[in-house]
Design a binder for this molecule. Sequence first.
Ligand code: NI
Length: 183
Amino acid sequence: MIYPIVVYGDPVLKKKATNFSVEDKEKVAKIIADMFETMYNAHGVGLAAPQVGISKRLFVVDGEPLDEKECKGFKKVFINPVITSEYGKEWEFEEGCLSIPGLREFVSRPETLTILYLDENWNQHTQEFSGMKARIIQHEYDHIEGILFTDKLSGFKKRLIQGKLTKISKGETDANYRVKVYR
Ligand code: NI
């Protein structure tokens, strides 16, 4: 099932998401499958549960379409993740977001991170990621913390894009996937 993607202006995107519990296992498996379908349909490389209106700590990624060399095979599920540290040199990359269609801006983030998470089989991992993989994880992780990439821009940049964000919140986008506007 393809979810409509929640766009800028919906309070679910600003809310800190909560953990799933083991009893949710079956329900989560279905949500994961639907989130991958939704992400591929929208040509995204990551999708977090709040973006489909579920305020839970879950995101899926597949970075290969963005960087087929560096992100080869980087298709993953992160359940109840916690970034335990971020380090290395900050670097800039022009990010976009399925919840903010049509807008791209440069965002600075640290090079490397360590993340504790459960995979799709509920096996626990502590893993280090760098470069583009870390970038995708950081962006999606921000979603479950209630943070959007536009929150990381300077006040000047934020004012410049305010009009665009207001339009998006009213559903005035050229997204080629179904969006859900908050009313
Ligand atoms: Ni996003």
